[in-house]
Ligand binder design. Structure first.
Ligand code: OOB
Length: 544
């Protein structure tokens, strides 16, 4: 299954083979900086290659050497692809950050990965990215004595000012030492404990998953793909996603924002055939389509994943949005399951599909790792040709996250159908899934606990139609502490002060004198969280 090919080689071959095809249609921050009137870039693969080689030279100029880690933090703009290729062609190892990440996350990623550069765009909305870069770089310098170079992708690369400019050539594997089995990039895990862990994926394992996905999703040269989810997500990157589109030489259309208005316009204008959504976005599209009446005739495939899709929502997808529904149940750690084009409606609506590879191993077990009876729900464990065997530099967490024989503990509760299809029935990990973004509850609790007025804190995910789950924080105050009129504003301000990434801010805060269950003797943190959620749901019902 593994081919001895690296991602830089794969990209070079694809760009050369599909040179004349349109590679990307997206807003360009560089065009914005140069004051051009048309802000949308349309690049063929040949043009993408040319720009990416310049980006590679610039990355190298910034001091990045082959094997160095580079934080890639760009929104869905043309420069995202240019720098993705550029970093690979400079021999760098991208660390896939999100535009939403703020200093606390970025410093953690930079230090964990020992990064030497940070690619961002100062035209990204939501923060002052020059300032953000400076504060990350100075924290890294203080703690690591390491310079973190900043590359503002919205500014053109002035080759004349560069002392060392030579046109870059992609770093190609000439010594045949199976570089393909080494780490190609670091993905971010949603995390169940503390801050995100880094996921090391190899060239060979990832490219195998891309080829396999492109086949299952039936991509071809004509499969114009609309990317509305953050490009760095594993779903958007490889299921079959951006790399699947590059593999088949088709066009990637980046949406500048995920609103139905923007997406519908792009689908009509660019004749989009494939789109990937998380369930809350799918619901927003379903609600908006009858009002906006877009022409979605070209849409062939609507992939939905990242969180559980309810059958009642699944049923509406094709009637309202035209394209065929494909459920995608995957994880950045590896395993990705797809429903298939020729599956029965019953299966496509009610299951999350089956593994992409016949070599993916699936085990469904009870709390003691003993396989459950056929058709029963249990913990999903998996091992296979593109699933990691360990997080990057996390020996203690790895002991808990993998079985002795190398199966990854997904934290998902599933039920296997006799056909081999998987139905996700629950979650055992202490995580909140908000708009498909995974947030470890103890990361939120840990921040809350450092607040001087907080004695204890418990975070739970409150089911919510608009975003899937909302972050509900219960705090027990220190004696005589006061959170003022609005505990939620007080806590959010505190999270902002601590430079926490905004999608992790608590959205509802309740002050309690004592946590439920705490006087019942020795109980686990998980029991307390369950009791808190019960309490919150009951209160909600009483209000209703
Ligand atoms: C994708 O990857 P991650 O790493 O952000 O999150 C993985 C977790 C899974 O363990 C599961 O808890 C949840 O997200 N999940 C789903 C799901 N897809 C992901 N839960 C229920 N139904 C689904 N369809 O989210 C991801 C990676 C590649 C492809 C698709 C999604």
């Amino acid at each position: 299954m593994w081919v001895d090919e690296t991602i830089p080689e794969f990209l070079e071959t694809s760009c050369t083979d599909s040179a004349e095809n349109l590679a990307v249609i997206a807003v360009s921050h560089q065009k914005m900086s140069q004051g051009e009137s048309d802000l949308v870039a349309r690049l063929t693969y040949a043009e993408l290659r040319e720009q990416a080689l310049l980006a590679a030279a610039r990355v190298r100029d910034a001091g990045v050497r082959p094997g160095d880690r580079v934080l890639l933090q760009l929104p869905n703009i043309a420069e995202y692809l240019v720098y993705l290729l550029g970093i690979f062609w400079a021999g760098g190892i991208p660390v896939f950050c999100l535009p939403a990440h703020r200093a606390s996350d970025l410093i953690h990623f930079a230090i964990k990965s020992d990064a030497s550069a940070h690619v961002f765009s100062s035209r990204t909305t939501g923060a002052d990215f020059q300032q953000l870069h400076r504060s990350v770089a100075s924290a890294v310098q203080d703690q690591q004595c390491r310079r973190l170079a900043g590359i503002d992708a919205s500014l053109p690369y002035d080759t004349e000012k560069s002392e060392s400019f030579t046109p870059a050539q992609p770093v190609i594997n000439t010594d045949r030492t199976r570089k393909s089995e080494q780490v190609a990039f670091l993905q971010l895990s949603g995390g169940t404990t503390g801050l995100s862990k880094l996921i090391p994926r190899t060239h060979a394992d990832y490219l195998y998953s891309v080829r396999q996905s492109a086949k299952i999703c039936q991509l071809n040269q004509e499969s114009t793909l609309l990317v509305v989810l953050p490009a760095s997500h594993n779903f958007a990157m490889s299921s079959a996603g951006i790399l699947g589109a590059i593999y088949t030489g088709s066009t990637i259309v980046f949406a500048a924002d995920p609103s139905p208005k923007t997406a519908f316009t792009l689908i009509e204008q660019e004749k989009v055939r494939v789109v990937q959504l998380v369930p809350p976005l799918a619901q927003a599209w379903l609600a908006s389509a009858p009002k906006r009446q877009p022409n979605l005739e070209t849409l062939e495939l609507i992939q939905i994943g990242g969180a559980k899709l309810l059958p009642s929502v699944a049923e509406q997808i094709t009637p309202v949005l035209h394209g065929k529904l494909q459920q995608v149940f995957g994880m950045a750690e590896g395993l990705v399951n797809y429903t298939r084009a020729d599956d029965s409606d019953e299966m496509r609506l009610h299951t999350q599909g089956r593994p992409m590879s016949e070599f993916d191993e699936i085990r469904v077990v009870d709390d003691n790792d003993v396989p459950v009876a056929e058709g029963e729900s249990g913990h999903l464990l998996t091992r296979g040709p593109y699933t990691i065997r360990g997080y990057y530099n996390e020996p203690h967490i790895n002991v808990k996250s993998f079985t002795e024989d190398g199966f990854y503990r997904t934290g998902d509760i599933v039920r296997l159908h006799p056909t081999g299809d998987i139905e996700v029935t629950g979650r055992a990990k202490d995580q909140i899934n908000r708009n498909g973004e995974k947030i470890a509850v103890d990361e939120i609790e840990d921040v809350a606990l450092t607040h001087p007025h907080v004695y204890d804190a418990v975070a739970v995910g409150l089911p919510d139609e608009a975003v899937g789950e909302r972050i509900y924080l219960v705090v027990v105050p220190q004696p005589d502490a006061d959170f003022g009129e609005s505990p939620v504003s007080a806590m959010r301000e505190y999270f902002a002060e601590r430079q926490v990434t905004p999608y992790k801010f608590p959205e509802l805060v309740e002050v309690m004198d004592a946590l439920p269950l705490t006087n019942v003797g020795k109980i686990s943190r998980r029991d307390v969280r369950a009791a808190v959620l019960d309490h919150v749901l009951q209160n909600k019902e009483n209000h209703a």
